[in-house]
Design a protein. Structure first.
Length: 156
């Protein structure tokens, strides 16, 4: 993530990966504030054994695209909700990549962070039956939870 202030959003990605039993690391790396660290992180990610990168950033969110430009790993971008523009700036700056350097862009905020983790797990599950089983169980729990909510319960 681009800043420690993104953690309240990106924690949902980390928590979801933990729930699925997916080993992962969390780092603060900024294309703007720590460009050398960002280059180091992106260019060594694959050789360190990482398989997918989830990059969350807000505002002028260049981090996901810059990381994607320096690795062949799949990069999933999470637009963190900004105060000034409610995350529309983050979304537009992540989703509008030029053709040739893709970033798989998720929704703004918590839902995007959770879905980035689920999508990363789906990618890993192609070669990992344990993660596939964990995703199956996660979906089943979600289905049960929705089915059990009475229609007249107060909105969450
Ligand atoms: N968008 C980026 C990048 C980047 O794209 O490299 N680095 C930091 N930031 C964002 O700046 C916002 C405000 O950061 P601060 O709260 O630290 O001022 C955060 O949402 C962060 O992701």
């Amino acid at each position: 993530m681009g800043s420690q202030s993104d953690w309240t959003t990106m924690k949902h990605a980390s928590d979801t990966l933990t729930a699925l039993g997916v080993p992962h690391e969390t780092r603060i790396v900024s294309a703007h504030r720590t460009p050398a660290r960002m280059v180091e992180y992106a260019t060594t990610a694959q050789s360190r054994g990482l398989k997918v990168v989830i990059a969350g950033a807000g505002g002028a969110a260049h981090l996901p695209g810059m990381v994607a430009s320096m690795t062949l790993l799949p990069v999933l971008g999470v637009p963190v909700e900004s105060h000034a523009m409610k995350g529309m700036d983050s979304l537009m700056s992540i989703v509008q990549m030029p053709g040739g350097i893709p970033v798989g862009t998720l929704a703004i905020g918590k839902a995007g962070a959770i879905n980035a983790a689920l999508l990363a797990a789906s990618i890993l599950a192609l070669n990992d039956p344990d993660i596939e089983d964990a995703l199956d169980a996660w979906r089943a729990r979600q289905t049960d939870a929705v089915a059990e909510v009475p229609v007249d319960s107060p909105a969450a």
